[in-house]
Design a protein around this ligand. Structure first.
Ligand code: NAI
Length: 350
């Protein structure tokens, strides 16, 4: 099934409202979810709708949260999002950070007590569109072994970076700090296929190729990715006074409780460091020079971070709209809020 931006957004918005979110929160959440689906990040789009709806309906996401934003210094602030839907907390936190960075040059805004905030490239793109540079990071539930370890300890703790150019391109680099997302393991299980031996490990920390034997994911680039996931947890968890490391709440443990996750936005105004026009011009030059490079054998082009997502978006619209699998479409058009499928599910279950 192919849907336009507005059709998909409306369906998701209606479902979120039916589950209990306000018009405004449903609208903001659906906007990020469509952003993900249209860029081909389907693992962070409408596929998550049933889970969110179940969590909202069971009380694990506060439907009318009382946001408490405290400015803690000229360049710092903390938003306590009262375990409202993660997307809204992350958007509001970024809005505050953009305002503060425009005023004071730099802003570090922590968002605490939120639920899952999805594809975090959305938030750094907000800053890039406002002519600012941003880094954003958040916690997620423990799924990855520390380098050399045997137990899931850190989440897939993503990092995103966004920057504007002199034209309509924005750099949006947006990655999990694990080699693969858990969704890819599930996909391989469902297809009865093996996984490469650098994606995951068993209970003894040994590489596995059978997706059914996975006990934990592994960090990108060994010890270096492990260091990055720790950095994300320190900045978006420990520094905000939240549960950290293996104590971070699990996505499926108890859907009636708030997740108390953390997210941090660091936003900088390039004009405080250099001339803004030359910053933008040089950013465009970099992207042009990368794109003009002779690609290595087997590659069609050198892409800048975020470019392939934009090409996927263009392609989907050229082919008639955002591609949504039938099961998800049928759920979205149904009268049902959820089918009680996620509560107390093991994090490594299907
Ligand atoms: P990915 O591996 O598809 O891409 C990572 C980055 O590398 C992107 O910025 C992409 O533009 C760039 N890239 C990929 N291939 C490229 C190429 N050939 N040339 C140039 N650049 C290239 O993304 P990943 O790591 O699978 O993450 C997917 C999404 O999941 C992200 O939106 C992330 O924010 C989200 N996520 C969210 C979590 C949460 O708890 N909120 C946890 C983990 C991931």
């Amino acid at each position: 099934m192919r849907l336009s931006h507005d059709e998909l957004k409306e369906l998701m918005k209606n479902k979120l409202k039916k589950a209990g979110l306000s018009e405004e929160h449903a609208d903001m959440t659906a906007d990020v979810l469509v952003w993900s689906d249209e860029r081909g990040y389907h693992s962070h789009g409408s596929v998550r709708m049933e889970y969110y709806s179940e969590r909202i309906a069971k009380g694990g996401i506060t439907t009318a949260p009382k946001f408490d934003y405290q400015v803690t210094g000229p360049c710092s602030g903390v938003l306590d999002a009262d375990n409202g839907i993660g997307y809204v907390g992350a958007i509001v936190g970024m809005e505050r950070a953009i305002e503060m960075a425009k005023e004071n040059g730099i802003a570090v805004v922590g968002v605490k007590n939120i639920s899952h905030s999805g594809a975090i490239g959305y938030y750094v793109e907000m800053a890039a569109k406002a002519g600012l540079v941003a880094v954003s990071m958040c916690q997620s539930d423990p799924m990855a072994v520390p380098y050399g370890g045997t137990e899931p300890f850190y989440g897939t703790n993503p990092i995103a970076f966004g920057a504007p150019t002199a034209d309509d391109r924005n750099v949006v680099f947006d990655m999990a700090t694990t080699v693969q997302a858990w969704g890819k393991i599930l996909d391989k299980r469902s297809r009865n296929e093996q996984i490469p031996d650098d994606w995951a490990v068993d209970e003894k920390g040994r590489p596995v190729t059978d997706p059914n034997k996975v006990n934990a994911l592994v960090p990108i680039s060994g010890a270096k990715g492990y260091g990055l996931m720790m950095m994300v947890d320190v900045l978006s968890g420990i520094m905000l006074g939240l549960p950290f490391g293996k104590h971070v709440s699990s996505m499926y443990h108890d859907l009636s409780e708030g997740r108390n996750l953390g997210h941090i936005h660091i936003v900088m105004d390039p004009s405080r460091f250099t001339d803004m026009q030359s910053f933008r011009k040089n950013m465009s030059t970099v992207l042009d020079e990368l794109g003009a490079m002779q690609p290595a054998e087997g590659n069609s082009k050198v892409y800048y971070p975020g470019e392939r997502a934009l090409l996927r978006k263009e392609k989907q619209y050229a082919e008639g709209g955002i591609e949504i699998v039938d099961d998800i479409y049928n759920y979205l058009i149904s009268e049902d809020v959820h089918y009680d499928r996620y509560d107390h599910k093991n994090r490594f279950a299907d």
